[in-house]
Design a protein. Sequence first.
Length: 94
Amino acid sequence: MTTARDYLFGYDIADDRRRRRALKILRSECFGYQDSVFELNLNKGHAEQLVERLLPYIDPETDKLFYVRLSVQEQAWQLGTGIMTPTGQLLVLC
């Protein structure tokens, strides 16, 4: 099994129904989120499976879905009154 890493997922989905479905999927997996940006701890295979689950709710003509693996080598910080992420390795502007 591959090591779990921190990922940042985000979306911009125009349709309310599709957006609610994507939100439900991501909330079930994440340990931190702010509107349409989610922090998750996944291995690479699980991240790819999550993308496959989200694709039916993305219209490439109007919507956007992205994810990035957060680097543990880079320094990160948080600004605002929100709860600090467990890893402390995420920049969150509130």
